[in-house]
Design a protein around this ligand. Structure first.
Ligand SMILES: [Fe+2]
Length: 281
């Protein structure tokens, strides 16, 4: 078995600041559900727009909102049993303006050098590479959220490859592997795993009911591992176990500690995985 706990770098648990937890009850239930899903450390990453960070008054207002919500979330966590996830703070930054000032540690994952980013309207804009390069030049490690959900991904694989070469990290939502966002993101999530391009899986949990999908995604990967092992020979599943551990534990931990992620073995090297990745279920 892949050992618990998971470390989850992407969630919307702070009450009433975005489309995640609506109130303290949602946040409490969300933390309890994450705990039962095997998460022991979670970063709360509410949506923040780069264009708001560029406006001093709007930025101050947004940070005050987030501070209040964060304090409420901490209080909710304090009322829960010891095994509730340890909370860290971050944001999911919408790159709708150039050169965001990220010097405030509240804007980075656990205050380290990694920052979770997304592009507007789930489209990859012309300026995407320039934006990511700017962040890297400024000393940050951009973690591109749910990269499998972008409409143009199929046409932009060369671009995505360049992002990785530049030092960006690609994150896939666990729910995409399970088909929660439809057939296309599921296919892409599997292909990203097949290629070894994704460095981590995260829940992107919005705390409005339903499971966060990390445990289920792990179960799916383990079932495929067993099937691969039963196939024997080159299909041995040992590498898949290692990959799962990297995706859900080691690499998120390394990012929080300011270290480089480790390469994840491409699953498509194994024939049984190639069949699964090529299939539609
Ligand atoms: Fe998100």
């Amino acid at each position: 078995m892949i050992p618990l706990p998971f470390i989850d770098l992407h969630s919307h648990l702070i009450p009433a600041v975005d489309d995640g937890a609506r109130n303290a009850f949602d946040a409490r239930d969300g933390l309890a559900v994450l705990a039962s899903d095997g998460v022991r450390r979670v970063v709360a990453t509410p949506h923040v727009q780069a264009s708001i960070l560029a406006d001093p008054a709007a930025r101050a207002r947004r940070m005050t909102e987030l501070d209040m919500g964060w304090r409420l979330l901490r209080n909710v966590r304090d009322e829960l049993p010891e095994d509730a996830p340890v909370l860290e703070r971050g944001i999911e930054l919408l790159l709708d303006a150039p050169e965001p000032d990220l010097s405030d540690p509240r804007l980075r994952l656990a205050g380290g050098s990694a920052v979770l980013v997304e592009f507007p309207f789930l489209r990859i804009p012309m300026y995407a590479e320039r934006q990511l390069a700017g962040l890297i030049e400024a000393g940050w490690t951009p973690v591109v959220a749910h990269v499998e959900r972008y409409a143009e991904l199929g046409r932009s694989l060369a671009q995505i490859a360049r992002w990785r070469e530049m030092g960006a990290v690609l994150q896939v939502n666990a729910g995409s592997l399970l088909g929660r966002y439809g057939a296309r993101p599921r296919r892409r999530a599997r292909h990203l795993l097949a290629s070894g391009w994704t460095s981590l899986l995260a829940s992107d949990y919005h705390a409005r009911g339903g499971p966060p999908a990390l445990r289920e995604a792990r179960g799916l990967l383990l079932r495929q591992t067993r099937a691969a092992e039963e196939g024997g020979g080159e299909d041995g599943g040992t590498g898949v176990r290692g990959a799962t551990r990297l995706l859900m534990g080691e690499n998120p931990r390394r990012l929080l500690e300011g270290r480089r992620v480790l390469p994840v073995p491409p699953l498509a090297r194994r024939a049984a995985w190639r069949r699964w990745l090529g299939g539609g279920d």
